[in-house]
Ligand binder design. Sequence first.
Ligand code: HEC
Length: 129
Amino acid sequence: MRRLFFIAVIAAIFSMVLFFQLGCSEEGTAKTKTQEDMIDIGKYIVHTSGCDNCHTPKIFSETGFVLDTTRLLAGHVQNEVLPSLDVTALGQNTWAATTIGLTVWVSPWGISYASNLTPDNAGKVLAKK
Ligand code: HEC
């Protein structure tokens, strides 16, 4: 009986070693992602997750508001004049508000402007000053 238990333990250890060895060799053959692969994955995430909904300014067309494709992911347009808002309806467990273009969000925590997600190097230089 003891011998049988010993053989079972050895077989279990051997199986685990074999299992992890196979797992490692599969990882080793995984394809390394290129810069283009990473960009494609990023585009897929952005387009399937609705990032444009808030981070791209909108323009009014015959069919309603559409994405301003000249400013994809540029965030809230800094000099856009905001309409007035009655803030008395806003509060905890009551209401929050957004502009029709979804780039500005107002609630008890204040006003949040959708950020510019593009590599705006000119903007970064200005921000550091
Ligand atoms: C419902 C609207 C909304 C959606 C949808 C949304 N965001 Fe945002 N995002 C915002 C707002 C508003 C801010 C600014 C928050 C603040 O200032 O605190 C922000 C901030 C960010 C920031 C921070 C930028 C910085 O300057 O630090 C990143 C990065 C970001 N969003 C990425 C994304 C990505 C990626 C997606 C899609 C997966 C996404 N967001 C979807 C509204 C949104």
